[in-house]
Design a protein around this ligand. Structure first.
Ligand SMILES: Nc1ncnc2c1ncn2[C@@H]1O[C@H](COP(=O)(O)OP(=O)(O)OP(=O)(O)O)[C@@H](O)[C@H]1O
Ligand SMILES: [Mg+2]
Length: 459
């Protein structure tokens, strides 16, 4: 993704905060005359900064602009709010209900929903009702993960929560960066990256054909969505199921598909998704899907069984709740208009009722002998290298290992050769690597390269 840090974001932010300062003093000085038109929005520099782009994209108005600036103020001009609150408190008589809260640790003054209401609505009930709409999850302020209103404490008024700028909004508007939010329980997704390329992926033909279908969809999706007849029949997006044993290249394939299409791939951590706080899970997932949609991510779920698996009988309240979360997640997956890849180790774990809802089902099989030879050949280091890499890979392919286990065996073997300061990787090294991997899986090592080891030690 492009880094826009070379353009200074400061002039537009300055203009925006000047506007906020003028609005605040106008409101503090007199509580009447709340016509929003009385104070013109600043003319932003049309300089390609994220703030200018955002305002243009959404046709930002008086209310949304004020909310954005309020959320930015504690980060950029902290004194703006503390001065305003001080001035308000000093006013005799009619004390304006400015809301606001002092942050316990930093002592900074933070705006609350009430502060926004003070600036935008006063005691105009209709205007206050309008204001609530700005904080609904489907408003672009939330959908684009910019500003949110903190959940109020139990029993407290709706607008008493703090107005928060998200971390990604700070990165975007202030740093001019399009960084993704940091991984956390509130944003339970991590980027899948790989240093490998499409040519490193070794697959049986049917698996590769399955991936080609996904790749074709990614390349032609715009045309497919537009194609008159097909477009009306097709749901938006594409949902694929990858199933197969561990270490056979499912995650790698997802990463490479994204890489080929120039899209980022994010793996959602389902174990973090289900929150014990009612409502939190849906909020977090809402943010995640909105961010994914705005950035056109490929979404990857590792434990699809938890989602599409055979439903167990509801036994207690916790399960019932979990099922409710799962239904929510399922509906987001169904509505997503990009590529979603769901993974499972066993196809038979997936409820038959769901199998038909996938647009593609790709089976990853344990690599056969020729695939194993190719994975060995691709994984071998340049130094220490085996004497005859082709023969070496062919011989090592006799062991029935997954792609991941082969990579692990090579690493173990390489460390062994380096430890002995040898520039040659021997069959003994590789056999030790294989034994190490088999042991991890609780399998018995049978030496299938004994003749090669014997020949090597005879040299
Ligand atoms: N088919 C393959 N071709 C080339 N390398 C492979 C292949 N399968 C696995 N590997 C190697 O093993 C590593 C791990 O594979 P990957 O993470 O894709 O497995 P997975 O199928 O997602 O496993 P799991 O079910 O445990 O998540 C890859 O990064 C790659 O180095
Ligand atoms: Mg995986």
């Amino acid at each position: 993704m492009k880094d826009q840090a070379s353009i200074s974001t400061a002039p537009n932010l300055d203009a925006g905060l000047d506007f906020l300062a003028r609005l605040v003093s106008a409101r503090v000085a007199e509580t009447e005359g709340r016509d929003p038109g009385e104070l013109p929005l600043p003319q932003l520099f049309d300089d390609g900064t994220p703030l200018a782009a955002l305002c243009q994209q959404h046709g930002v108005g008086f209310d949304t602009f004020t909310v954005l600036m309020l959320a930015l103020a504690p980060h950029l001009r902290p004194q703006l709010l503390s001065d305003a609150f001080a001035a308000a408190i000093a006013r005799p008589g009619d004390f304006p209900q400015m809301g606001g809260r002092r942050h316990a640790e930093s002592r900074a003054m933070l705006p609350t929903g009430e502060t926004a209401a003070f600036l935008l609505a006063g005691d105009d009930i209709a205007a206050r009702a309008d204001l609530h709409r700005l904080f609904e999850p489907d408003h672009w302020l939330a959908a684009e993960d910019l500003v949110s209103l903190e959940e109020p404490a139990p029993g407290a008024p709706r607008l008493s929560g703090t107005l928060e700028l998200s971390g990604s909004a700070f990165d975007r508007l202030v740093l001019g960066r399009s960084a993704a939010p940091r991984f956390s329980a509130r944003f339970p997704a991590r980027r899948v990256t790989t240093r490998l390329g499409w040519e490193d992926l070794v697959l049986a033909d049917p698996t590769r054909a399955g991936l080609d279908a996904l790749d074709r969809w990614l390349r032609h999706r715009a045309a497919l969505d537009g194609a008159a007849a097909a477009g009306r029949h097709l749901r938006p997006g594409f949902r694929a199921l990858f199933h197969g044993p561990p270490g056979t290249g499912k995650t790698l394939s997802a990463g490479l598909l994204g890489q080929k299409a120039g899209l980022e791939v994010y793996r959602v951590d389902l174990s973090l998704v289900v929150s014990k706080y009612i409502g939190e899970t849906e909020k977090n997932l809402g943010t995640l899907f909105a961010t994914a949609r705005a950035r056109d991510w490929v979404l990857f779920f590792d434990e699809a069984d938890a989602l599409f698996g055979k439903r167990t009988a509801v036994t207690d309240a916790h399960d019932r709740y979990a099922n409710q979360e799962v239904s929510y997640l399922l509906s987001r997956v169904e509505d997503y208009d990009g590529l979603v890849i769901l993974c499972s180790n066993l196809r038979s774990n997936i409820d038959d009722a769901f199998l038909g809802r996938f647009d593609a089902i790709v089976a990853f099989t344990p690599p056969g002998v020729s695939e194993r030879a190719a994975i060995w050949a691709g994984a071998l280091p340049d130094v220490p290298a085996p004497a005859d890499p082709a023969a070496f890979s062919a011989a090592m392919a006799r062991f029935e290992l997954s792609g991941r286990a082969i990579v692990g065996a090579v690493r173990h073997a390489t460390a062994r050769a380096l430890d002995a300061s040898r520039a040659t990787l021997t069959y003994t090294d590789a056999a030790a690597g294989v034994a190490h991997e088999l042991e991890k899986e609780g399998r018995i090592f049978r030496n299938l390269v004994e003749p090669e080891i014997a020949a090597e030690t005879a040299d």
